[in-house]
Design a protein around this ligand. Structure first.
Ligand code: CTP
Length: 402
């Protein structure tokens, strides 16, 4: 099943390290080429010899060891593998990779690789639930790292709770599914917009909105992972560009309009997840506007509606729009779908708990011009993106083998 796939298994210093022997063994049974890198602490729990025997490859621990297979080994390995799984991933190791430390072989490879990274956290529940660990996991998730588990149950420290490493079988199934999944959108070109545009008032102020960009970034990552050549036109956000995605940074709606329209003829699909300002200040002051004690009236002029313009110009492209609503969700969304001539409209009520701007999750419905409607429960923005990929593949006429 995984013949020809190269996996790096990273092991860090937790008691669950003994279970990783089974991860390696199962990957080998699926015919994957397996390499193992261990932190020094991991070698206290399980010996490199065990992993060398099971993986049939040298095991990496020290950055300064004599090279085994390649010359500059941490870089060669980083470029060689199709995926990395760190299991168990301790709280300490998660913190290290969240800030990009590279002080041993494994953390250095993780910084150098562009392959998808999976981590299976394992630790005492208090350590797992600590805000520091949770922040690190959020940061990694936003960067596209896939988190497997942890599970709940008896822990080696004697407590019962969340923090158990996911079982080897499930880890391997997750990896195998990811690595063997057909690249649904291979050969397709995709354009995604994300974030909230900023419309300047003067050199230091702008009109903006609460969009975090998370939905659009999750979509860009999912498109890229599905094999599409992906360009992300992004208004300012705090998010890291998903690996392999070509990002074009813009500030204003007009800049986004130019960036999108100029690329539109060459692409197969456009997903307009950005929150575009409908208006901009009529005048942008050259100097900082000074207060003078009296009221100030701001004149706004309309921005172009980018999606509606794409809807007018589209030939064979699949067009996906979003509707962020605060009332009459379905009626407003259906109206937008027709007015803007889109093939799929993602509707969400941004006032709902767990949905909309700034949230890590979303609650959406997909609407189609033929009257079809799919309602989804609350799920992560990455999961919404996965569902979107499947529908886009259908709309593009790509057969999905699920
Ligand atoms: N959109 C766009 N250009 C604009 C405004 C919106 O491309 N100037 C796109 C958004 O990216 C989104 C969709 O249109 O995909 C709907 O955005 P939304 O803000 O929900 O709706 P509006 O078009 O602003 O409509 P309304 O003012 O009626 O809410």
């Amino acid at each position: 099943m995984l013949a020809g796939k190269k996996v790096l298994v990273g092991i860090t210093g937790g008691i669950a390290a003994y279970k990783t022997a089974e991860v390696v063994s199962r990957l080998r049974k699926l015919h994957a080429e397996v390499h193992v890198a261990m932190t020094k602490s991991a070698t206290e729990f399980i010996t490199p010899l065990t992993l060398r025997s099971l993986s049939a490859n040298p095991v990496y621990v020290d950055l300064f060891d004599e090279p085994k297979l390649w010359n500059v080994e941490h870089i060669a390995l980083a470029e060689h593998v199709d995926a990395v799984i760190v299991a168990p991933a301790t709280a300490n190791f998660l913190a290290k990779i969240a800030i990009g430390l590279a002080d041993d072989f494994l953390s250095t490879v993780l910084l150098a690789t562009r392959a998808p990274i999976f981590v299976a956290p394992a630790m005492n529940q208090a350590m797992y639930l600590h805000p520091a660990t949770q922040n690190n996991l959020t940061c990694l998730r936003e960067r596209g790292v896939k988190i497997i588990g942890p599970g709940t149950g008896f822990q080696a420290c004697g407590t019962d709770g969340i923090g158990r490493m996911t079982e080897a079988l499930e880890i391997v199934e997750t990896l195998a599914q990811f690595l063997s999944s057909r690249k649904l959108l291979k050969g397709k070109k995709a354009l995604v917009t994300a974030g909230g545009t900023q419309e300047p008032l003067d050199p230091v102020r702008y009109l903006g909105n609460r969009s975090s960009g998370r939905m659009g970034y999750a979509i860009a990552q999912a498109l890229q992972e599905a094999g599409a050549e992906t360009t992300l036109i992004s208004a300012p956000t705090d998010l890291a560009t998903p690996s392999g995605v070509n990002r074009v940074s813009v500030h204003t709606a007009l800049e986004m309009f130019e960036a999108v329209l100029s690329r539109f003829p060459e692409v197969d699909v456009v997903i307009k997840a950005a929150a575009v300002a409908d208006f901009r200040p009529a005048v942008q002051a050259e100097q900082k506007i000074k207060k003078n004690g009296s009221n100030r009236v701001l004149e706004l002029v309309p921005n172009p509606d980018i999606l509606a313009e794409l809807g007018r110009r589209k030939t064979s492209q699949v067009l996906v729009g979003f509707a962020a609503e605060t009332e009459n969700l379905l009626a407003n969304a259906e109206d937008k779908m027709r007015r803007k001539n889109v093939n799929l409209l993602v509707a969400n009520d941004v006032t709902k708990q767990g949905a909309g701007f700034g949230s890590l999750t979303n609650i959406v419905s997909f609407l189609f011009p033929d009257g079809r409607k799919i309602d989804f429960p609350q799920m992560s923005k990455h999961e919404v993106a996965q569902h979107l990929i499947r529908e886009i593949a259908n709309l593009l006429g790509v057969e999905s083998k699920e």
